[in-house]
Design a protein around this ligand. Sequence first.
Ligand SMILES: [Zn+2]
Length: 497
Amino acid sequence: MAYTNSSMVVYKKLSPNHSGQRTHSIDRITPHCVVGQCTAEGLGEWFEKKSTQASSNYGIDRDGRVALYVEEKNRSWCSSSNSNDQRAITIECASDTTEPYAFRDVVYQTLIKLCIDICKRNGKNKLIWFGDKDKTLNYPPKSGEMILTVHRWFANKSCPGNWMYARMGDLAEKVTKALQGSSDSGGGSTAKGTQASVLKNLSEADVIKKVGALFTANQKKSGILASVSLAQFILESGYGKSELAQNANNIFGMKCSLSGNSWSGSSWDGKSKYTKKTQEQNPDGSMVTITADFRKYPCIEDSIADHSAYLLGAKNGSKLRYDGLKGCTDYKKAVQIIKDGGYATSLTYVEKLISIIERWNLTQYDAKDSGGEVIRWYRVRKSWADAKSQKGAYKILKNAKKCADQNLGYKVFDADGKVVYEPKAAEPAVKVPFLVKVSISDLNIRTGPGTNYGRVQFIPIGVYTIMEVRTGQGSSVGWGRLKSGVGWISLDYARKL
Ligand SMILES: [Zn+2]
């Protein structure tokens, strides 16, 4: 097929930075983020310089204008991968300068149109996003199939940014829909996964609760903190085809619908499990081969367990990649181990996960401690509904009670929100001072309010002024402090005047 260029192009500045004619026919599209809200002209000037040593086939500027920098027939220098760029159309999209490197809506809408145009001119009727590097790179596209790839698979970069990465499935779905006409052809292998019509509109709290319950169950098997897994799921929601996963995706704003998202890339070992060897990046950008036991992931419920299994079992050589995770009961520490192990390159990954955990109080799903005991969290709040009033969450009831005692108006709630302890309202204060008459000769004066305090002497029969009353051992009505300062007497044996 002869190579052509898009008629959507409104600005053209050909870059010298390319390898000449491609050695592979076009069957991939790789969207990138520019990391800047650039103009078509500005990006053109940048790519025009030889010293830039980079280019892309197309650019979409901040106003949604399409630019041509490297003709489709030629291989651009864009994705840090020769084999990818030999077969991919690369598109640089104007974006914000920080994670998630969001695109303006006009840019995203233009990207959809440009991908439709590229597919049509190159004889493709389907754009596919697998969401899995190994599967994608090992997949031989069938006739009519165009495959989406991302720069982050080839270099230590976020590109195309988490904003666009979360929309790759949406992009594939919209482009494929347009290519195949509005009638549902049912030809897509991913049709089973797109069930927008059956989605129930669950609330945020419902989803957290449902997914949280899965984590709690799976966490029993895997031993990883449920709160951390759950936060990762929320942050990365974009995998899984179950109704629950789709609800989570919708609620946490990653996507409107799912298509083509299946985790794969595992291979059956012929006996009992799937195994996976992957190339992953170290935090310093170098590549390592990671091995971990995996199962296949037919649905979100399984992928949660598999994700935990991966984090706990991933090995770099003979060393655990996320060493220290097993049995870790501190979510902040666990998140740091995951980040330090090279799981994510985003500089704010730790903060993001922690803020998700705290925003939705996800530690409530961390049901087990390292010894396997069920941890019952006791929360000290003004009311269960008033989560903001929370003074603390305690594993030990005694400590929670103490906290409630020290904070007027607070109660202790169990994990279900039932009141398990409410400090007694303070007894009405006794009006002091008052006079008492002592009529017995053997009433002790003690150094404090209780028989557990030392004896001073017997108090002589007479009338005394009491300055303060306190409860204490050995007296049913209380101990009274003598005005003289000598000590305390039990008011059981004195008559108030
Ligand atoms: Zn890039």
